[in-house]
Structure formats: structure tokens, C-alpha cells
Design a protein around this ligand. Structure first.
Ligand SMILES: [Zn+2]
Length: 210
């Protein structure tokens, strides 16, 4: 794929509309898959179940809304980007692995294979961003509040439980193991890991989430 069309991305309302359609299609796909699973398990229960969605992105429409807020102000905040070496071993960043739609480049450390973003927005810039845009902050707070609901806890227990089951399947002993999560938002992974007997801790830089 090449040409000006792919350059339009988030700046373009058509691009945002396309993402919204994609998110709706993914939601429909997830519901259909859940309904199929329900039929296979119990033919009498053919209703779609939103809780059974298997998608890694829990709420794509919410991400699209965040992208809209970001697009309105991103030039101001991207000017505050800082640069860093590999956060694990200090090796200078290698060539770009890929670039995200919203302008961040990812690299793989040539020394230790850590995947990281060498030009990043410091947490203080994010705090200023949410303080300056009430709509974005309110949306963030709703997201964070929702992440603490009983429904979200059940969903996270299912999702993260699958990740931990995969680790166990590869021979990892979870009980008593230490887990360090970085950027865990309101902490659902900590809760689930603790329920599996792990000693979990987290570093979170976003003031609202803390
Ligand atoms: Zn490294």
C-alpha cells in the first residue's frame, strides 16, 4: 500500500469514521462468536453474550474517542516528547520497527530485544493534557471507573486468567512468583495475579489512574 491515502490516518475524519466502522464490525464479530459458543455449549441459549468477547481491545469505540481528542491537540503535546535509550540496558535505539497511526515509532533493542518507544511523552505531559481538556479527562474518568465495576472484574479475571494459564502451560510456577506490571492503569492485572497466588506490583505514571 502506498500513496497519499495512507498518510491521512487520524487527521482525517474519514479515517476516524473508518475506524468506528471497524470497531462496530469487531464488536459484531465478537458477539457472533459468543453466540456461537453459547449454542455449542447449550443449544437452548442462542443469545449473544457481551461478556464473552475474546478481543484483546476491550473497548475500541472508546479508543477512537480518545484518538479524536488527541488529534485536536497533539501538536502541542508532541513538542514535549522526550528521548530515551533502551530502558532495560541503555543501548541507543535502533532503526524504526514500525510506526503507530498516531505518530510513535517502536524499536527493538539490538542488545536485549526490549521493544520500546524511544520518543515518548512524559507522564507530566499526559497529566497536563487531561487537565487542559475536560472532555478527555471526563472520558478517561468514566473509563477508569468502568474498569473497577463488577462486570469489568469478571471480564479481566477471564482475560488475564487466560494469559496466566498460558504461562502455566509453558511450565511456569505461578504461586509465589513475582510479577512486575508497568502501566497497569487501575490495577486489574494485579488483582488477578494475586488471586493466582503471585506477588504482584505495578508502576503507574498517570495521576488519574493512581
Ligand atoms: Zn536493551
Amino acid at each position: 500500500m502506498s500513496g497519499p491515502a495512507e498518510r491521512r490516518s487520524w487527521r482525517d475524519n474519514d479515517g476516524v469514521s473508518a475506524l468506528r466502522r471497524l470497531s462496530e464490525a469487531l464488536d459484531a464479530f465478537a458477539s457472533a462468536a459468543a453466540a456461537r459458543d453459547a449454542r455449542e455449549n447449550d443449544p437452548a441459549d442462542a443469545e449473544p453474550s457481551a461478556a464473552a468477547a475474546e478481543l484483546p481491545l476491550q473497548n475500541l469505540p472508546a479508543h477512537v474517542l480518545f484518538a479524536r481528542f488527541w488529534e485536536e491537540r497533539r501538536a502541542t503535546y508532541l513538542a514535549r516528547r522526550a528521548r530515551r535509550e533502551c530502558p532495560v540496558c541503555g543501548t541507543p535505539p535502533a532503526a524504526t520497527w514500525f510506526e503507530t497511526q498516531d505518530g510513535y515509532r517502536y524499536v527493538i533493542c539490538p542488545a536485549c530485544q526490549m521493544v520500546f518507544i524511544p520518543e515518548f511523552l512524559p507522564p507530566s505531559a499526559w497529566d497536563d493534557y487531561y487537565a487542559a481538556i475536560p472532555d478527555a479527562r471526563d472520558h478517561l474518568r468514566r473509563q477508569l471507573d468502568a474498569s473497577l465495576s463488577d462486570e469489568a472484574v469478571v471480564r479481566d479475571r477471564d482475560r488475564f486468567g487466560r494469559y496466566l494459564a498460558a504461562l502455566r502451560g509453558h511450565g511456569a510456577a505461578l504461586v509465589g512468583a513475582r510479577l512486575q506490571d508497568i502501566g497497569n492503569s487501575t490495577g486489574p492485572m494485579l488483582q488477578v495475579a494475586t488471586e493466582h497466588g503471585m506477588a504482584a506490583s505495578d508502576v503507574e505514571g498517570l495521576a488519574e489512574a493512581v
